[in-house]
Design a protein around this ligand. Sequence first.
Ligand code: ACO
Length: 355
Amino acid sequence: MSIGLDDVIAAETILSHVDGEAGRLIIRGHDLEELAGRVSFEDATAMLWDGLVPDASDPRALFGEARERAFHYLSPLANNLSGLTPVEGMRLLLSALPDADKNPASLAVGASAVAAAMAIRGAKGLAPVAPDASDGHAADLLRMIKGAPVDESRAKGLDTYLVTVIDHGLNASTFTARVVASTEAGLLSSVVAGLCALKGPLHGGAPGPVLDMLDAIGTIENADAWLDDAMARGERLMGFGHRIYRVRDPRADVLKAAAARLKGNNNRIAFAEAVEQTALNVLQRRKPGRRLDTNVEFYTAILLDALGVPREGFTPLFAAGRTAGWVAHALEQERVARIIRPQSRYVGPWPAEAA
Ligand code: ACO
């Protein structure tokens, strides 16, 4: 038995493949590097959904309309967000959506963007900003967070991020979404379940804590001692290690390059690089032979911070991108038409035999 299901193959998929030894991510036959920064999130989603969702031929219009439809459903709930973190607020909002919408796939993606922005603003007591269906998905998402139009380079930075995290094999949240889909609970329910699994710090909850770590380290002179102390206390270094990658996560370099394209970010990247190298040295020293490397979350934190997204909003934005993948996997799983139902080995007491 493998407690973390490490080597268990639980699904066949045409969607994406993670090669942990080569550090390679393939999405529907394309290396990540062919897509991120080159193809819009809308087009990448349409490509991911090809053959699974029938009406994604004009994805920009499809998701623009879906954001507006989602806002109609969600804006009455905006007053319920105070006291919740953004990811909790996003969970509340997505839970309110009907599984029986006329186009649940596009609604899920539109609603994830609207809910992420609404929850980020709601956590600060700010009113929601309505979507603009004519805008690109990433630009509109960033505008809905900030309440003002954003320049093209920032919109492009977020677009690159959303494509980079769009899908990633059978990670914990995608598996969760597939389990829910296998019960025929419906697409929006699969997405809510995916979000619940994503929010933990061992999965998509890590990038906010990465920024906390960088802030606590402060200067590169402190890095070795700070990181070494953290490991001595038995803590995990956020943004490092992965169940599948035994080498550097290819998404780290894509996101680092996207952050480097933003003006005025050079010093920040130089600091991040220096901390990253120190962390890798500390990991090697403290966990020799473990092959722990940088994962996607380290440069997610640098990029989203540079885009002006508050750190509590990083996980909602991860979910906004990954929703496209959850939807695709849920639809693929529905076609399998067999409930996912593994077994446990009972190690508890047996009833006393009748005398
Ligand atoms: N810092 C310190 N030690 C670590 C780290 C880390 N970031 N990651 C793994 N280790 C240690 C483990 O404690 C374990 O040590 P042990 O064998 O002496 O007990 C050893 O390295 C091997 O761990 P793995 O089996 O490779 O890790 P696992 O697959 O269980 O966990 C995980 C993967 C959860 C991502 C882990 O690396 C981690 O907690 N990282 C930090 C949190 C993080 O960055 N999460 C985002 C992941 S990316 C994503 O989900 C989108």
